[in-house]
Design a protein around this ligand. Sequence first.
Ligand code: NAP
Length: 249
Amino acid sequence: MSHILILGGTTEASALAVALAERGERAILSYAGRTDRPRSQPVPVRIGGFGGVAGLAAWLRDEGVTHLVDATHPFAATMSGHAVEAAERAGVRHIMLTRPPWVAGEGDRWIHVPDVTGAVAALEGPPRNVMLALGRMHVEAFAAQPQHHYLLRFVDAPALAPGLPRHSLVIDRGPFTVEGDMRLMREHAIGCVVSKNAGGSGAEAKLIAARGLGLPVVMIDRPPCPAARVTHAVAGVLEWLGHSALRGV
Ligand code: NAP
């Protein structure tokens, strides 16, 4: 029987866990441990890093994993690189389940930057109210542009106050709506939004809200993705599992 490891931390990973549990597949979901209260899951969960490529390859072998589904966030580039290499070392089949990136449409005012450093540089200029829709990682980098007032939205209350001189903090794990995000942006008189190009529908509300309010968005493009088999849908993973069970590939 197949034994599937899902690298998670995303809604896609949770949706896949539900689909696999419904089919009675043997699967385990792995979290990095960044969130205090991960959602409850219908498959067993393990939490914490594996210890690099070597640690993950050993874990795959020890647990008898046959299929590795990398459903991490598109910006979790280190984990995705490790997954490809460890799967190859351990002789485990590998696929990435990821969301297509967002594409600017009519009315969007996006400023594309390659990474967080680029986003910080793009904020050069007079003080504004900036919504940093990035999660809690990388927030400190924006201390290099201390003239702005930052609106932060985190899933959990942080143990330490964010290291930004002027900020407001909202604790909310969503799901977010366009109306709710427009209200939030108006309440805080937001002049600019900083976002990662995560893709997917769950976090898109802020972009539609920014478009509606005519606000510029500093859009951090995705890090390079390793060469791998990729699908954008849970059904694509199920099909791949079915094929590999039939053909042994
Ligand atoms: P990362 O930089 O690619 O990974 C750093 C290290 O964290 C990895 O080398 C690995 O440690 C561990 N790790 C990452 N994902 C893991 C997982 N699913 N299970 C076990 N260990 C994991 O990743 P990140 O950007 O810090 O993201 C961490 C987690 O948050 C991921 O699960 C991701 O899906 C989720 N997430 C990330 C973002 C984002 O914007 N980056 C947004 C939403 C959710 P070892 O080397 O010790 O194995």
